[in-house]
Design a protein around this ligand. Structure first.
Ligand code: GLC
Length: 608
């Protein structure tokens, strides 16, 4: 993997040189346009306090008491949280919904357009029929920034086609503990790889100009250190939203490089992490948000909270708001109790606990982005793009991402590539014919689901598409009736999950998968395992029985890309972007550890 293995050296060198230079990065977010700055300053000078506070308020569409509230409270932003779709989840209904909200905003005194955000984190994943890409852990294994950029370009097109302006992506977490339910949202345990792929993704989303109708605002998240938290310090005594207990220098070496490169390529927004650093909640950290991100690094885009992220700051809601805004947050993803938020904000300004300078800085950043997006000139959707959602052309890009994300970890007895014209192939495993499972979390709903949740090709159907007419493909979920097959392909692994619901302190295979493996072993048939998972699972004790082993991660809707590798239409190139543990006792395990003895090393991957 190029220079990946010496990321600690390069990461430190990059940070060291940067600190020595003491310089502000040449481009600290979108380049400033004097004409836009003039318009923003003029508009801010005309706004009332209520209009300014409204701009700093982001509401989840499902929690609006009425659409009139957009006008009444001058709301600056709405979002669709995971699964908050229009009643009919089809692209045109998304456009109608967003335009309806926008037309409300345009009825306000100053006609300031709203900005609509969504988690399009592996394609436009809330929309039925959209192209769903591999989650970031798979993209990390491609080690291909150009392809990652292309994937984000396609995603931006499909997001823009539905009238939406902003994706809360890329997640540039550096996951260090495989037990974290968000492990799959990160590209890699290597900050070097995260830096390159995160920057590429942002360039794909934002393009050469934010005003381009086929691009959207990107959001680097979650600032900073979300992937570095300790097990036991998180929600429910697990890990998500937990506490980082490493030094600031280690933070700068491991978790900050992705943000430096994000600023270099002009990312327009940054989302704050739920996690804490040495006990300080990031959502209340003036040091990390204002002193480092805004002052030292010169970030001139907007800083947005996570979903009710400020509520987790110790204290009551009013003090949460005071601490978060004074820490440097510009836009608050409330997302529900927006009347309380607006009232407390008003009180805090009137009590001079939040200064008008801070309010004006936040509103300036929000309006700057809206002007850069061209929302004042083109507030409504470009409906000519609708036909691009889920197009064959877009799906081909996703299929290439699948091909390059797969990592071949074992291939003995010439079991791979599989002969397309063989007489009988047995397909087994709970994840072989399950589109929801191969897409994972953040797909159609927040947690994802099982079965035919959207339009796509399961791995089983992809195998059927690939083989000759003479080949008999039999599906047996538990692997029984395998003895007469030339080869068995067992697609096993995890079901879908998101965030804290994926925190697991046991990454063993499920009992049903173990039963499937036992049935195949008893049949004595050559076996290829395809693992569908958001992270490495504990498989060492079974590996000897497997002739072939492919890590397929969470490939998304284009299962044909898996078949392309299975049958040799694509010679696997994927390399592990993470270290593969032998046992739970080894976790967390990362390249650079003093004792490093994984089952498969960071950067490992075979080909044909
Ligand atoms: C979630 C996630 C964040 C996401 C936001 C909006 O809780 O932490 O990644 O962008 O809420 O859905």
């Amino acid at each position: 993997m190029r220079h990946r293995n010496s990321f600690i050296y390069y990461g430190s060198l990059f940070t060291f040189l940067f600190l020595i230079a003491g310089c502000k990065l040449k481009s600290n977010g979108p380049d400033l346009d004097p004409d836009i700055e003039s318009k923003v300053n003029t508009l801010v000078s005309e706004m009332t306090l209520a209009e300014k506070i409204g701009q700093m308020t982001q509401v989840n569409k499902g929690f609006l008491h009425s659409n009139e509230d957009i006008k009444t409270y001058f709301l600056g932003s709405l979002l669709s949280g995971g699964g908050f779709t229009p009643e009919v989840n089809e692209p045109e209904h998304w456009v109608d919904m967003v335009d309806e909200y926008q037309n409300m905003a345009l009825q306000t005194r100053l006609k300031i357009p709203l900005i609509y955000g969504i988690d399009a984190v592996h394609g436009h994943n809330n929309v039925i029929g959209a192209t769903i890409f591999p989650h970031n852990i798979g993209l990390g294994c491609t080690d291909n920034p150009d392809l990652v950029k292309k994937a984000s370009e396609v995603t931006a097109l499909e997001v823009a086609a539905t009238g939406i302006h902003w994706t809360f992506s890329p997640c540039i977490a550096v996951p260090r503990d495989e037990r974290w339910g968000r492990h799959y949202e990160g590209y890699s345990e290597s900050p070097d790889l995260v830096k390159d792929l995160g920057a590429a993704s942002i360039q794909g989303y934002q393009g050469e100009s934010l005003a381009d109708r086929k691009t959207v605002l990107a959001c680097a998240k979650h600032y900073v250190g979300d992937g570095g938290v300790d097990w036991g310090s998180g929600m429910g005594g697990k890990i998500d939203r937990g506490n980082v207990t490493i030094s600031e220098e280690e933070i700068r070496n491991l978790h900050l490089p992705g943000y430096l490169s994000a600023l270099e390529v002009g990312v327009g927004s940054i989302m704050i992490s739920y996690s804490s650093i040495n006990g300080d909640k990031m959502h209340g950290s003036k040091y990390y948000i204002t002193d480092i991100l805004k002052d030292e690094l010169g970030f001139n885009g907007l800083v947005v909270s996570d979903w009710a992220g400020i509520d987790e700051i110790p204290g009551d809601y009013k003090s949460d708001i005071e601490m978060a805004i004074n820490a440097g947050l510009d836009l608050i993803m409330v997302p529900e109790s927006y009347l309380d938020f607006i009232n407390y904000m008003t009180e805090l300004v009137n009590e001079e606990k939040i200064s008008m300078d801070r309010i004006d800085d936040a509103v300036t950043r929000i309006l700057r982005i809206k002007y850069q997006l061209g929302l004042f000139e083109n507030p409504l959707a470009d409906r000519s793009l609708l036909g691009t959602v889920g197009s064959l052309e877009n799906r081909e890009v996703a299929r290439q991402c699948v091909r390059e994300s797969l990592v071949l970890l074992k291939n003995e007895n010439d079991v791979l590539p599989i002969n397309k014209t063989g007489s009988k192939i047995l397909v087994a495993g709970a994840n072989a014919d399950n589109l929801g499972h191969q897409c994972g979390g953040w797909t159609i709903s927040w947690q994802g689901d099982s079965g035919d949740i959207t339009t796509g090709t399961t791995i089983y159907n992809a195998i059927l598409n690939s083989v000759s007419d003479q080949t008999n493909v039999v599906y047996s979920e538990d692997g029984t009736n395998a003895s007469s097959a030339d080869v068995a392909i067992a697609v096993i692994g995890e079901g879908p999950y998101a965030e804290m619901q994926g925190d697991r302190d046991d990454l063993s295979l499920s009992d049903s998968d173990i039963q499937t493996l036992t049935n195949l072993k008893n049949a004595g048939v050559p076996t290829v395992i395809v693992l569908i998972s958001g992270r490495p699972l504990i498989v060492e004790e079974y590996l000897a029985d497997w002739d072939g082993f492919i890590a397929a991660w969470l490939p998304g809707t284009e299962g044909q890309g898996v078949a392309d590798v299975l049958f040799g239409d694509y010679n696997p190139t994927g390399k592990l972007s993470i270290s593969w543990p032998r046992t739970m006792d080894q976790i967390p395990i990362n390249i650079g550890d003093d004792e490093y003895n994984p089952l498969f090393e960071f950067g490992y991957g075979l080909n044909y």
